[in-house]
Design a protein around this ligand. Structure first.
Ligand code: 2M8
Length: 433
């Protein structure tokens, strides 16, 4: 803990550290007690950023534990199951993802067959950069060991998920975005033709996503599983294929980090630089909406941008090479009454003026700490100190007022969803560091 913290900040820091301690299983961190009892990929990347400031040993174990689940083709699954738990502990449990035939999946570890935004190389580099001099050598050794896994994760995305050949990676399920029921997915989900007796899991941990959303999520998983998650099926036939700005901004940030890691561990950074240049160009070429001045997801099944503007529109601020004119237009929209301008506790996950906006609807409106953190980091990278200060202040106000909740009402800051949510705590540790 930094010695320059005020008394109030010290108390917040300690409370955040307590949440991470309580959610530590001995090998990894669960997103929250109760509702999310396994290890999630995106959560672990954010948690590692916080553990880097609190328990560096655990940050390393967090990442190592996640990569135990990596598939032979490099896919980093979005879920690594804790097999000691009862089967009903979480829906959908391990049995939904595989039958006995488990091509490419690791032995002895049960995982999902989807992935999530690849923020891991970015987190690993930041972990290394925050090492005190006494741990620098050990930290470099850790990076050396992790580099091949990170490189394989990115190779999978480049080889199996670049469905348009543009350099962008496509997601094949809303869960892969990390923003499950974002209104951005309403159109492609609505276009799905469900089998007559759709599966109804009866899991409604909160009002949204609805049972109908779950039918669609489960249907998409059933299709992927039936086709063994084969890249050729995903490319040619799977009905949900979307290029998302947040997923690709994370991919780009991590590709930049991989180039740096490669140089540190004596590998060749050139392939990573080439790939990040392609993702940068494709983001602007394929996902930039000049009229609205923001990034939008592209549906590859009808080659159109998806209509709803969400907080993902701003994620490419993580791109250090974003042209200044593009940055200015993003900031204008971010500060407008459609996002931060009309929210007491920005940044809402969906355009407030969109008909689909729902202030309490999970990823359909509430403010989340992780998206705030990504935009804060992106804003700092572009020297946007006013925006960064706004995000920093509003994020800390949320957790001071409502605790480390999963998500928050963007107008009055009321906490919603799980309590003691790991990435909310972890990212506060990083903010305060
Ligand atoms: C939420 O997603 C899971 C499915 O993966 C769920 O709804 O059960 C999302 O918020 C996702 O971004 C997050 O990683 C996960 C665990 O916190 O929960």
């Amino acid at each position: 803990m930094s010695s320059r913290l005020t008394g109030d900040e010290t108390a917040l820091w300690q409370a955040a550290a307590r949440v991470l301690d309580a959610n530590w299983t001995g090998t990894a961190t669960v997103p929250s007690p109760g509702l999310y009892p396994h290890q999630w990929s995106l959560d672990s990347a954010f948690v590692a950023l916080g553990l880097a400031r609190h328990r560096r040993d655990r940050a390393e174990r967090e990442l190592t534990s996640l990569f135990r689940g990596q598939w032979a083709d490099g896919l980093l699954p979005h879920l690594v199951f804790d097999d000691t738990l009862a089967r009903h502990a979480y829906f959908p449990g391990p049995e939904m993802w595989h039958g006995d035939h488990r091509p490419r999946a690791p032995h002895g570890v049960r995982t999902s067959g989807l992935t999530q935004p690849p923020l891991h190389a970015f987190a690993a580099l930041r972990l290394h950069e925050s090492a005190p001099p006494s741990e620098a050598e050990h930290s470099l050794d850790f990076l050396r060991g992790l580099y091949p896994c990170l490189a394989a994760q990115h190779r999978y995305l480049a080889e199996a998920r670049d469905l348009s050949g543009s350099g962008l990676a496509a997601i094949c399920h809303p869960w892969e975005s990390g923003m499950d029921n974002s209104p951005a997915w309403d159109r492609p989900l609505g276009a799905l033709r469900l089998p007559p007796a759709a599966y109804s899991p009866g899991r409604t941990p909160r009002d949204l996503p609805t049972g109908e959303d779950y039918d669609r999520y489960v249907h998409l998983v059933a299709l992927l599983r039936a086709h063994d998650y084969e890249p050729a099926y995903i490319r040619d036939d799977h009905p949900f294929a979307v290029e998302d700005p947040l997923f690709n901004a994370a991919y780009l940030a991590s590709e930049h980090a991989l180039a740096e890691i490669a140089a540190l561990v004596g590998a060749d950074p050139a392939p990573h630089r080439e790939r990040s240049a392609r993702v940068h160009a494709a983001l602007l070429d394929r996902l930039w909406d000049h009229e609205q001045g923001c990034f939008r997801a592209r549906d590859l099944r009808d080659d159109r941008l998806l209509p709803v503007v969400t907080v993902a529109a701003f994620a490419p601020l993580l791109d250090p090479d974003l042209p200044p004119g593009t940055v200015r237009r993003l900031v204008d929209l971010l500060l407008s009454a459609r996002f931060a301008g009309a929210a007491g506790y920005p940044v809402p996950t969906c355009d407030i003026q969109a008909p689909a906006f729902d202030r309490s609807g999970y990823w359909r409106g509430p403010t989340w700490i992780n998206t705030n953190w990504l935009l804060w980091h992106g804003a700092l990278g572009h020297g946007l100190t006013v925006v960064a200060d706004l995000l920093y202040g509003s994020t800390l106000r949320l957790v001071r007022q409502s605790g480390f909740r999963e998500y928050f009402d963007p107008f009055d800051g009321t906490g919603r969803g799980s309590h003691d949510y790991s990435w909310s705590a972890a990212l506060v540790l990083d903010l305060l560091a």
